[in-house]
Every structure is written in structure tokens, then in C-alpha cells.
Design a protein around this ligand. Structure first.
Ligand code: GLU
Length: 502
């Protein structure tokens, strides 16, 4: 029988979630759901020096916004709770000691000052097979001296003893066979002086205890893979090890290197999922959500950064992504981020979603502008303008004149070609509109054309003035649609007002 699929998204709560992080969560989620497995959130917070207030909540809020619901998490609990590594602290030490007892790791008593001194004296100093025998550790000191130091509560860390010149091989689900030489990896700390594990030990122990079957993580973790593989081998035997997939990087728009927060600032686009406020500086980094992206579009765009289903299809809902997802179609090469394309996805999703499902988001953007208007009216407004909106925030400009008369009128756009004949036409139009008939856009257009020809005017030369009267400027949807939506009375009052300015 196949092992049950259990995947984990294991972020460290150190700040806002970069879109690469959300994509990692998404691919884990898609794989889990595709295989009727479980999607687990584990908070990897063993590095207390990097603790950032609010970062953990931000992770939950982001996943929630994206619709990526976990099956087990620190908030939900589950069979393998706790899911936060700081709450599992007491679990890890025994594994580090096991490694020492088997000869795969050792106690190191070097003080931070001594290490600093080494780093100063030797550029690129590394604690590794070449240097370890000149340091203060159990390999050098011997059993007796080590036990004495331990009995005296001398602070220590436990380091892995990387083997010399050993070939470490594993099969990555995306990259195929990957080879490392153990000599190139230093003796990483596994257990710190405060008895907290480092990421390397905790990730292996927890993947084992939580019965993780597959793990998708960013390519930046590939250099850590040999350490994890050795730990798996030494502690648990390789057959229980999860299958790894190292996801390609998300690259800068020009393809030169990994996309960073600074690129977003430099080029004016978000890289975080949601607004992130740095608790120390109070600096806010804008998120996709607040910039006006729909979660459907954000997820869709992320999935297609490094994956496709082999057809030309680009628009996928989350459930379609689950259905179509396959590891074979994840690319090996990095995916360039393209903000224009991201906006394209959003535009497509705004067009695709019903007014009803956009309503709350639009209301949020418009705030009290919509007070006193029925949901039916708001839905009609949304339907009228949604094709013209790329971001949810565009609804503000595109709908303002549908809720109240424009404050600024671009009168100079009418004035040069204005004459008495046109004025007369608009007065007649007002008279017709005043007949308390509910006009449809098509009926209005007919009326408008008939009146124009009766006055020997071309409808074309009257459309722009009417638009300026109703909208205040030269944009917006069909002018008869606008008039029929705001109704006779409002149309009349806007025309009258502009006539009084001319
Ligand atoms: N805690 C790591 C991170 O912050 C997780 C790496 C992994 O998935 O193994 O991304």
C-alpha cells in the first residue's frame, strides 16, 4: 500500500511572505489535495534571534486569503501537535545526543569570542573537516575531559561531523538525480547552546515524527539537502525519508537573479502577498491584496510561474489546479516574474467573476460612496465597468460618477465646438427625458439619434458633450448605459448643471 501523502509548508516567521513563499505553500497544497493527502503548516521558529512579531499571524492570514486551507496547523492542532517548533524544544535534544553517541556528531565548546577570533584570523573560516581538530570539541578533548565540561555545565553546541569525501546522492522529483560531495559542506550546528535545535536538525526530526511523505521547498534549500539526507540516514534510515522537490526560483523581471523585496520597491510592484508592516520601523511594504489583486488571480499567476498543464490554457481556478497539477510539468529553470502578466491574470479574473462575488471587495474599496445604494444597483455598476478594471482599486475611478455627480467637469473639452444648436438639442433631450419613462440604454440611444437628426446634428458630435456632462471626463463605459443606470432624473440634473456652465 502506498504511504499516505502528507506534505508540509514550513515557513520561518521572519517577516512578510514573499510570493515565492506562497508559491511553495501552493505547490505543497496542490500536491496534497491532488493525492487526497494532508496539507500541514509547521512554524519553524527555532531561531529566536530572528523572531518578528506578527509574522506568524501574517502567514495564517495570507494562506486564508489565498484559500489554502491546512488540515493540521498550530491553530487547528492535529495528531502530531504541537506544530510550532519552539513548542517542541524538548524533543530534539535526544536526537542530537543519539548522533553524538553513534559518532556522527560531537560536542563543541568553543565560545562565541573564540569563534569570532578564528573568523578574524582566517578569512572564510569554516568549522569543517580541515579545522575541527584545531578547535575545542569532544573529538579533540576526549571522553573524560568532555564529560567534565558537561558536568560543569559548560555551554556547548552539537555539530554534525561531515564525512570526508563522501558522495551524497538523492533523487529530486523535479531535478532528477542530484550529487553532492560531503567535503564541501561544513560541520553545521545541530543543537544550539540554548538547547534549541537549528533548522537542520528540527526539519529532519519533525518531517520524521510528522510522517511527511513529500516536501516541496524553494531551490535555495538545495545546498542544505546533503545535511538533511545524512541526518535522515544516521537517525531514521533513508527509506522513511520524504521525497524532495526543490522548486525553481522566481526571478527578477530581467531574469538576473532571484526576485527580492528591493526589486519590488525599485520597479514599483508588490512582492509580498499582503501588506506587511515591519514592527520595528513601522515601514509598510505593499501587498498584492491591497494593490487590488484577487486571490483567485494571485494563486493562478503563482501556479503558472514554473508550471503549466501542457496546453495553452492559462486561467485556472484552485480546483482546476488541483485536478491538473503534476510534478512532471514543473520546470527546472527559474521563472521570470512579469508584473504586467500578473495584472493580466487579475483582469481576466475580474471579468470572469460574477458581480455578486466581487461585491464585497468593491464595496470595501468604495467605502461609504455606496451608502444608500442597493446591492442590485451596485451589481449593475460592477457589471457595467468590470471589463475596464485591471485591479480592484480601479473600481474607484471607474464607478465614482455612477454613485454621485462628478465634481470636476472637463468643460474645456466641450467649449471649442459648442453652439446654440447643440444647446437646443440638449434642452430638448431634457424635455424628452422628463416624461417619466424608464429608458433602456438602447431606447435612449434611439431617442438621442432621432433628436439629433431632427436638429440636423450628427450624433457623433453630441456624444462627447453628453459624456462630459455625465462622467465629468472622457472615460467610462457606454454613455447610454450610464444614463440608463443613473436614471432620468439624475441624467437631467447633470445635463442642466453643465449647460449652466457653458
Ligand atoms: N523553515 C524553512 C523556511 O523558512 C523551510 C525550509 C524547508 O521547507 O525545509 O523556508
Amino acid at each position: 500500500m502506498n504511504k499516505k501523502v502528507r506534505v508540509r509548508f514550513a515557513p520561518s516567521p521572519t517577516g512578510g511572505l514573499h510570493l515565492g513563499g506562497v508559491r511553495t505553500a501552493l505547490f505543497n497544497y496542490l500536491f496534497a489535495k491532488k493525492n487526497n493527502g494532508s496539507f500541514i503548516i509547521r512554524i519553524e521558529d527555532t531561531d529566536q534571534t530572528r523572531f518578528v512579531e506578527g509574522a506568524e499571524k501574517y502567514i495564517y492570514d495570507t494562506l486564508d486569503w489565498c484559500g489554502l486551507k491546512p488540515d493540521e496547523s498550530p491553530l487547528l492542532g492535529g495528531e502530531f501537535a504541537p506544530y510550532k517548533q519552539s513548542e517542541r524544544k524538548s524533543l530534539y535534544k535526544q536526537y542530537a545526543e543519539q548522533l553524538v553517541n553513534k559518532g556522527y556528531a560531537y560536542y563543541a565548546f568553543d565560545t562565541p569570542e573564540e569563534l569570532e577570533q578564528k573568523r578574524k584570523s582566517f578569512s572564510n573560516f569554516q568549522y569543517n573537516q580541515h579545522t575541527r581538530m584545531s578547535m575545542k570539541n569532544s573529538l579533540v578533548l576526549g571522553k573524560e575531559e568532555t564529560e567534565k565540561l558537561l558536568a560543569n555545565n559548560t555551554p556547548y553546541v552539537i555539530r554534525i561531523k561531515m564525512p570526508e569525501n563522501e558522495e551524497i546522492i538523492f533523487t529530486d522529483m523535479i531535478r532528477g538525480e542530484v550529487h553532492f560531495n560531503s567535503s564541501l559542506v561544513d560541520d553545521k550546528v545541530l543543537l544550539k547552546a540554548d538547547a534549541m535545535p537549528t533548522y537542520h536538525l528540527a526539519v529532519v526530526v519533525d518531517d520524521y515524527l510528522m510522517k511527511i511523505s513529500h516536501s516541496f521547498r524553494g531551490e535555495e534549500w538545495l545546498p542544505s539537502a546533503p545535511i538533511h539526507i545524512l541526518l535522515w540516514k544516521y537517525l531514521f534510515g533513508l527509506e522513511n525519508m520524504p521525497q524532495w522537490a526543490h522548486l525553481p526560483l522566481i526571478l527578477k523581471p530581467d531574469g538576473n537573479g532571484k526576485l527580492s523585496k528591493r526589486d519590488g520597491e525599485r520597479l514599483g510592484f508588490p512582492v509580498f502577498a499582503m501588506d506587511w508592516k515591519d514592527p520595528k520601523t513601522n515601514e509598510i511594504t505593499i501587498g498584492f491584496k491591497e494593490r487590488g489583486f484577487l486571490p483567485e488571480a494571485f494563486i493562478n499567476m503563482l501556479a503558472l510561474l514554473g508550471w503549466n498543464d501542457g496546453t495553452e490554457q492559462e486561467i485556472f481556478s484552485l480546483s482546476e489546479l488541483i485536478e491538473k497539477f503534476s510534478i512532471e510539468r514543473i520546470h527546472k529553470a527559474g521563472a521570470k516574474f512579469d508584473y504586467e502578466k500578473a495584472k493580466w491574470y487579475n483582469h481576466e479574473w475580474i471579468k470572469k467573476l460574477s458581480a455578486e462575488s466581487l461585491r464585497n471587495k468593491v464595496k470595501n474599496i468604495l467605502q461609504n460612496t455606496t451608502n444608500g445604494f442597493s446591492d442590485e444597483y451596485i451589481d449593475e455598476v460592477i457589471n457595467l465597468v468590470k471589463d475596464r478594471c485591471t485591479l480592484i482599486s480601479d473600481f474607484k475611478q471607474q464607478t465614482s460618477f455612477l454613485f454621485k455627480a462628478p465634481e470636476n467637469i472637463a468643460i474645456s473639452a466641450i467649449q471649442p465646438k459648442w453652439n446654440e444648436q447643440k444647446k437646443f438639442f440638449f434642452i430638448e433631450l431634457i424635455n424628452q427625458l422628463d416624461k417619466e419613462i424608464i429608458w433602456s440604454a438602447a431606447e435612449l440611444e434611439n431617442l438621442f439619434k432621432e433628436l439629433a437628426s431632427a436638429n440636423q446634428l450628427k450624433p457623433g458630435e453630441l456624444m462627447l458633450p453628453l459624456r462630459i456632462m455625465l462622467v465629468g471626463d472622457k472615460f467610462g463605459p457606454g454613455v447610454f448605459d450610464i444614463a440608463s443606470l443613473i436614471g432620468n432624473k439624475e441624467t437631467i440634473s447633470r445635463i442642466k448643471y453643465v449647460l449652466s456652465l457653458l
